[in-house]
Design a protein around this ligand. Sequence first.
Ligand SMILES: NC(=O)c1ccc[n+]([C@@H]2O[C@H](COP(=O)([O-])OP(=O)(O)OC[C@H]3O[C@@H](n4cnc5c(N)ncnc54)[C@H](OP(=O)(O)O)[C@@H]3O)[C@@H](O)[C@H]2O)c1
Length: 243
Amino acid sequence: MCLPSDQLVPVPYGLDPAEVVSVILNYTTAYQMLHRSAHIESGESVLIHSGGGGVGTALLQLGKLHGLEMYSTCSLRKKKIVTELGGIPIDYKAVDFVQEIFRLTDDGVDAVFDGIGTKSLAHSYRVLRTGGRLIGYGFGSKSKDRLNRTGQILSNVVNWIRLLALNLIPDSRKVIPYSIQTLKRRKPEWFREDLQIVFNLLKQQKIKPIISTRLPLHQAVQAHELLESGSVTGKIVLICNSL
Ligand SMILES: NC(=O)c1ccc[n+]([C@@H]2O[C@H](COP(=O)([O-])OP(=O)(O)OC[C@H]3O[C@@H](n4cnc5c(N)ncnc54)[C@H](OP(=O)(O)O)[C@@H]3O)[C@@H](O)[C@H]2O)c1
């Protein structure tokens, strides 16, 4: 692929290419949401939804490095990974996360990262304390319904409207939508700077992407089936040459 040189970011020498490819989307997303969108400060408390997912595990690892107090929704089977990454797990299938956050914190959290959308957005907003920020992103992978393309677009539009509508509530809490594509278009220099920071953290072994499995490229179908089964924690990396 030929690209203009100002769109390239050098990869530090000696890194595992599978780990490099695994950090680009999820860790840059997590880094930018924490630092560019939420302007998170050390010691603040956060609720990270889907802590066992790709973006969730990245948020937990980067949040721990930044000294955050972290609560995270996940299913029972992902409780262990969330705990290992420094989060306090909340089994969203067994308890109401709003009640649980207020039980654990008294007055809520400083920021919520919500990639779920739908009804979750209003609930996430409720757990923000004064000055809190709700970062909404993604909304893609949680639908149990097999929506066609038009259905997906409509569902996304509804989610963004729900998110932005929360900003009309006249209080000191804020709602901030995040999209890596939009931010990269608007601020390409931030993308390069932030990806470089992420690569350096990987080089210093301060972050470690979870790679659930590496498959040869010709098993791409199995990779998709595994992803769709919802049983995967972390990334599946397709290897082009050999294993
Ligand atoms: N906007 C951007 O720039 C950007 C960048 C990267 C990704 N994304 C999007 O972000 C979303 C997440 O991506 P991902 O790669 O992290 O997905 P993923 O690895 O598939 O993880 C999704 C996670 O959601 C959990 N989950 C499902 N329903 C939930 C609920 N109601 N409450 C809490 N957790 C729930 C699942 O685990 P358990 O239910 O088993 O706990 C799973 O761990 C996707 O929509 C993706 O398209 C957006």
